[in-house]
Design a protein around this ligand. Sequence first.
Ligand SMILES: C[C@](O)(C(=O)O)[C@H](CC(=O)O)C(=O)O
Length: 519
Amino acid sequence: MSNVSLDLNAEEAAFQAQVAAIEKEWQNPRQAHLKRPYSAKSIAALRNTIPITYPSSLQGDKLWNILKTHLANGTCEKTFGTTEPTVVSQMVKHQQTVYVSGALCGLSEVQHPGCDHADYPWDTVPKVVEKIFKAQLFHDQRQHQFRMRHSIEEREKLEKYDFMAPIIADGDMGFGGLTTTVKLAKLFVEAGVAMIHLDDLAIGLKKFTVGEGRTVVPTSEYLSRLTAVRMQFDVMGTNTLLMCRCDTDRSQFITSTIDPRDHEYIIGATKDLDPLVEYVAQGMAEGKPYVQARDEWKSQAGLMTFDQAVKEKATEEEYQQYASKAIAYGISLKQKRRIAKEVVKEDVVFDWELPRTKEGQYMWKPSVKTIVERAVLVAPLGDMTWARMDAPVWKDIVEFHTEVRKVYPDRMFAFGFTGMYNYEAAGFTQEQIVSFSDDMAKLGIVWQVQPIWSVAGLNITAEKFARDWKNDGIAGYIETISKPSRAPPIVDGFHKLSYAGSYLADAFFAVVAGEKIVP
Ligand SMILES: C[C@](O)(C(=O)O)[C@H](CC(=O)O)C(=O)O
């Protein structure tokens, strides 16, 4: 039974046309760098039967052109994070893009604020993107209407801004299984985002505190996440950009050992002792603090990777023989053990189950090499790459970007000036700090973000005004806010010409009343 007349030929022809259109889109220079593990046919079958277009796609193209121009010029876009449309309306005067930070959303857009553990509801960041995008459309509309009320000669004297700065947003770790990631990607596109970034962190285990550290997922899971987003963008037919962020730097745990590509970096105990969780439970029952019990166990466990354990037991010659066969991308622990048995006389004791945490994580040894491997592997699914680093180690920054560029010379990169960077402590001179952005731009880092300016930045502004208002009242307001906001370059305030959009409201009344055309 059906409620439409069934024309199977027309249905098949429409489907084949859709497949052909998708194949063509994928060959377009804008998409030629992408490689999908699925077919155009699978995507066509997942599409709706009516055509739907999204502004997100236009914004994606716009962002692509902005960043490609920076890449060609060896320059970069420097932006910052906000959740506030008011801030966006001003930053577009100086920035070409806007960042919606998950950390900020977690602080100011939820009922229960908290440090950035990405523990807010999965639709929090897309909703903020939607709020900002709609505000951008409003400012774009009011400016356009205002300009069109003026003659061409008059317009020359008016300020003009591009309010539609592409929005880059934090997709965190995708918030769960593949279906959540798909829904997240869809909501972002519908909200008007130009690019999202997705990382390889484990849900619920993003840490910024002193307890147990940050946890990544296996390479295979990271790949699936990014593929899920790419698939959803393809289903929606958008040119929205995907940034592959990798958080392996400084991560201390991995959720599973399922992927041999991760085995080189998983840490085991090389001593025969009780499992960490049992030792800690026992210690705590005896009244020891958790951290003390944990550290005691760690100091006795002989923690290292399997390759290091082999090195400890082998002669120099045996190790060279072992390394030539066993240290290569994707060699599993099982294969490594077999090779060690063949070439090393002594038994290699190694157990990666013993150090597992109460939540089941395995211990992990991060390195620039792992980040490079992950970044290179997933690069064809995305448009940009970001190696998130807690601390600015210049040598690591150079190594990472140089290595990835050996494989993908045209790759565009992002960088976040994250957390509590202490440049002096990291050995940077004042000169190096000043030229840091430009130096990074030369490595292809075309999008650079200070994600959390709003915390200290807005607080400083608010605290200052709160003090001035208490002390000086309206006299102070007039001097420090009202007058400067009217002087050029105009910082939008409530006055008729700007932010509030009074002219737009007037236009609605005039048009409804039958006004023909202005000026
Ligand atoms: C960029 C980031 O994802 C964010 O949410 O803004 C955070 C910021 C931070 O922790 O300082 C991150 O880098 O993880």
